[in-house]
Design a protein around this ligand. Structure first.
Ligand code: NAP
Ligand code: GDD
Length: 324
């Protein structure tokens, strides 16, 4: 019997990369999507898999829709990638962020517990949970959580609920604590895509500048395609556990900007960047850098795409898109 996977967040960035990987491994993939008047299939189309997913309508905030689908499909694996994932919006939409990112996870876990306890569960946890914790210059599974946004706080709740269902009910539940990962499918609000799209527009004469916030923030940026492999590996492990996933190398937003401009032959990038306080956050996370030794040693995961390759890949994809 083919394995079945339910992927929430199927239309986002990670959902399509994960679905593609699972399809290649012979899974039947169900994708949870909200009800749209016009569904946006762009990311699935980009990977050429829009016709290979069984779509199911539902919403993480609607427990009955989750019960219904878990009961019907009884999937081998559930990958919960759905979230209000933009940290910047989470202060203004704290309640919505909590309902989706925290309570939605409880609803999904309950659906599994009551209607399909053999189903394995992956929770998209995040380095944002570490927030300000940086005593050692890196973060690993032993680092304390000090979230700095309603987004991070909701994700801490979901993290512990995922652990608690494992400890209380013996379910196979696992947290992937993923550091920032990017790709040509990244949403345009996130800083990397905002930069690569902006640089491509400036290069093509379609824009004059890019408005950004804090250029000093440092992130451990990897390629989304590599990170979905880590998700898959966690679900194939003998025992469920929680893992930090990142490249171990971090760069500032400024370094990202500099490299993106350099790639299109512009060295004097400062002429094109405007600092706009609207893009600064009420509380910033200054430095995220993963120590993924556990993931690498226990599950053999390695990131394949380096930072400079990632920046070039994203700029080239935006140039191509805009040229069309
Ligand atoms: P993304 O591109 O923003 O995708 C999130 C998806 O969740 C979207 O497709 C969205 O649907 C869906 N969604 C939002 N609210 C929902 C609801 N109430 N019910 C059902 N679906 C809902 O995020 P991503 O970058 O792929 O990230 C995937 C997951 O990993 C997220 O949980 C994120 O918080 C977490 N994470 C991401 C990173 C990263 O660097 N990318 C790092 C650590 C953790 P629409 O398409 O309708 O908007
Ligand atoms: N979005 C954005 N826009 N960020 C900016 C800007 C800007 O104009 N200027 C500077 N930044 C800084 C932010 O202040 C932050 O420090 C950094 O760039 C990265 O911001 P984002 O790309 O929005 O990502 P994030 O780190 O806040 O969150 C992403 O990674 C998390 C994992 O660490 C998201 O994917 C989250 O869902 C994920 O959990």
């Amino acid at each position: 019997m083919a394995k079945t996977a339910l992927v929430t967040g199927i239309l986002g960035q990670d959902g399509p990369y994960l679905a593609k990987l699972l399809i290649e491994k012979g899974y039947k993939v169900y994708g949870l999507m909200r009800r749209y008047s016009q569904p946006h299939m762009g990311n699935l189309k980009f990977l050429g898999i829009e016709n290979q997913i069984d779509f199911i309508e539902g919403d993480l905030t609607d427990e009955s829709s989750l019960i219904q689908l878990v009961k019907t499909i009884r999937p081998t694996e559930v990958y919960n990638l759905a979230a209000q994932s933009f940290v910047g919006s989470s202060w203004d939409q704290a309640k919505l962020t909590t309902e989706v990112n925290a309570l939605g996870v409880l609803y999904l876990l309950n659906s599994i517990k009551f209607f399909s306890p053999i189903t394995k569960f992956y929770q998209a946890s995040t380095s944002e949970m570490f927030g300000l914790s940086n005593d050692k210059g890196y973060q690993d599974e032993n680092t304390n959580f000090h979230p700095r946004s309603p987004y991070g706080i909701a994700k801490v709740y979901a993290y512990w609920m995922t652990v608690n269902f494992r400890e209380s009910y013996g379910l196979f539940t696992t947290n992937g604590i993923l550091f920032n990962h990017e790709s040509p499918l990244r949403g345009i609000q996130f800083v990397t895509r905002k930069i690569t799209d902006g640089v491509a527009r400036i290069k093509l004469g379609l824009a004059e500048n890019i408005s950004l916030g804090n250029l000093e923030a440092k992130r451990d940026w990897g390629f989304a395609g590599d990170y979905v492999e880590a998700m898959y590996l966690m679900m194939q492990a003998k025992e469920p556990d929680d893992y930090v996933v990142g490249t171990g190398i971090c760069h500032s937003v400024m370094e990202f900007v500099e490299l993106a401009f350099k790639h299109v032959g512009i060295n004097d990038w400062k002429k094109y960047v405007v600092i706009d306080p609207r893009f600064k956050r009420p509380a910033e996370v200054p430095h995220l850098q993963a120590k993924s030794d556990k993931m690498m040693k226990k599950l053999g995961w390695r990131p394949k795409v380096a930072f400079d390759e990632l920046v070039k890949m994203m700029v080239d994809a935006d140039l191509k898109r805009l040229n069309k």
